[in-house]
Design a protein. Structure first.
Lengths: 352, 352
DNA sequence: CTGAAAGCGCTAACAG
DNA sequence: CTGTTAGCGCTTTCAG
């Protein structure tokens, strides 16, 4: 490996502009107390020489690393990549996070971390020591891992916890789950549905509960029974099939179903169709997440969009404008929205 | 922003082990000329203190940055992310590239670069100056951009050109396009098809030509006409519809179609179905790329898998085992494979 | 085989 | 407002 050196350094700029290193440094970092004329002269040299500061050197001298680290669960992420089922969490994360970082001259790098490992702390600690990120974004199931949040706050590294409402250090950010469930339920009620089924997600994820809470709250507010048509699921296709069968066996059967994710909605669609029901004629369907698959079903699925990109974008902003006072602020909620496609309609007037 | 310092540095390890900094450095970098006993003693201290070298500091003192940079086209990547059509190029890139990097203690970061910009060179130059990656992976349409390859080789940064067969500096790596087209064609011929249609991709991409070349070669080798059933396309759904209509209007019509990507195959499926043809009964279909959408059609699409992950994995290996002699080696070809699903079958015996 | 010295490119702290 | 002086943590010379 050839030993490479910086082509043009702060020294070159300083001597070219006939000023001290410090002045150049001040200009680079946009610090005050530099006379405009001076600043212009230095900037001219910078442009002329095509100078770009070395992040490594900046970091070395105790400044920032200009790196924001996003952390995802290793096992789940790799499994999703291998399965190639069209899940695009990582892509949306990058879309929101990378672009927002770029706006501020930062860079987002992302790491896979083993939750199950008993040495999460060491693993993460090593990455942090090596990279020295200026901020970290945690995603479930890491967001509420005390080993991780503890380590981060001990090291005084600002961090955001996505999908967490717990108080404590770091910014808690949620993705509108409860509100979205209300939105979906209200929409169906508005269409004329009264018996609305709900397939819950795995209790391993807090958002499963929030989504159900929203459903229950909305049903209750309309004077509808929030319990009779609520069935458990675990986000898998198989659990969606089971829940749908259970729901359709109820007399009178529901005229609409909200599934807590797209896979289970897909299962509901297939199951209902197999039973001779027409979607949305006989049964309306709304799914959560709005991953690409919602576009490939027939009919296309009306879905609640999980605002992944917007959430990461917000997380980056929180991290970079960080003022310690807002640290313990109440959770930030990024609302999701309902994307109306072809799987929802008014119930038949002759519905049982 | 609190000023953060490395918690445990090489100094701590040195004093803990009672040796000089150099010795620790040698152990870290696995250099020879360290007595085993010494090495063990130092390693023990490292483990005990949980020491991890700072990449910034390593890079500063003229060593490696342990960073491999993958470059993708900004516009196209962002458009794909926004469209949420299930394209998973980035995910597969990460799957192959990140994991392979991790094996060697490297990290993959990825950048979006504007091709159309007239200052690609400056843009990329800045990123490189800032990050100082030890290697770069170029993807189309950057792979054959002389501004980029020139800059990289001037800076003596090892790089790989994915989807390029041009000679010159850097490793050229292809993804088996021609061979895969042969594979698909041969498979259809083996099934009994004689009139096989081909929908080509946009000429902006070299791989479009390679895929067509494979089709032509295979057809010719079987004594079949490689021209009559070959239609142009541009990878878009709309162009797929047009090409399919053109193909199905030919008398006698083809009994099978190979589309140069999944979107056009999807278009072919929809178009054929709309004309009352049954896939695969009346028409067999093979697509290229094997993106997630192939799993969501009815029937599911038989497809040629574009080996994205394997290719990036290979690129990283080439970059890290780099010996200058192999620099101009002939292009490396990572073969693709045929994933057989439900859109292919033998032609009807009574086919026209 | 191991140690001591000299930076890498940049910024913090302090002078002027 | 600008310049000077120390390092940051590590690796490279070059001595022992």
């Amino acid at each position: 490996m050839a030993r490479r050196r910086q082509a043009v350094t702060i020294k070159h700029v300083a001597s070219d502009a006939g000023v001290s290193l410090q002045t150049v440094s001040r200009v680079i970092n946009n610090e005050p107390n530099v006379r405009p004329a001076m600043k212009q002269r230095v900037q001219a040299s910078i442009d002329k020489l095509g100078y770009v500061p070395s992040i490594a050197a900046q970091r070395m001298s105790g400044s920032r690393s200009y790196l924001i680290m996003a952390i995802n669960d290793r096992e789940r992420t790799i499994a999703d990549w291998r399965a190639r089922q069209g899940g695009d969490w990582i892509d949306q994360m990058l879309l929101g996070g990378m672009l927002k970082c770029a706006e501020y001259g930062y860079r987002m790098i992302f790491e896979l971390v083993d939750t199950h490992s008993d040495h999460v702390e060491r693993e993460l600690g090593a990455t942090i020591a090596a990279l020295q990120p200026d901020g970290v974004i945690l995603t479930p199931p890491h967001s509420d891992n005390p080993l991780i949040t503890g380590m981060l706050s001990d090291n005084k590294i600002p961090f955001a916890r996505i999908g967490s409402i717990a108080s404590g250090p770091g910014f808690a950010i949620t993705m509108g789950d409860e509100g979205s469930a209300v939105l979906a339920t209200d929409y169906l009620v508005g269409l004329g549905h009264r018996r609305i089924g709900f397939i819950a997600g795995s209790d391993e994820y807090s958002l499963s509960g929030w989504r159900r809470d929203g459903y229950v709250r909305a049903m209750t507010s309309h004077g509808l029974d929030p319990v009779a048509y609520c069935k458990p699921g675990d986000f898998s296709y198989a659990s969606g099939v089971a829940a749908t069968n259970a729901l359709l066996a109820i007399q009178p059967r529901p005229t609409a179903i909200i599934a807590s994710n797209d896979q289970m909605a897909l299962a509901a669609l297939d199951t209902a169709t197999a039973q001779g029901l027409v979607v949305p004629g006989d049964l309306s369907l709304i799914s959560f997440d709005n991953t690409p698959v919602t576009r490939f079903t027939n009919p296309q699925l009306t879905a609640i969009d999980q605002p992944i990109a917007a959430t990461f974008s917000r997380a980056v902003e929180l991290l970079l404008n960080r003022d310690d006072s807002a640290d313990a602020a109440s959770p930030v909620d990024v609302p999701g929205e309902l994307v109306i496609r072809a799987s929802t309609a008014a119930p038949r007037s002759d519905a049982p």
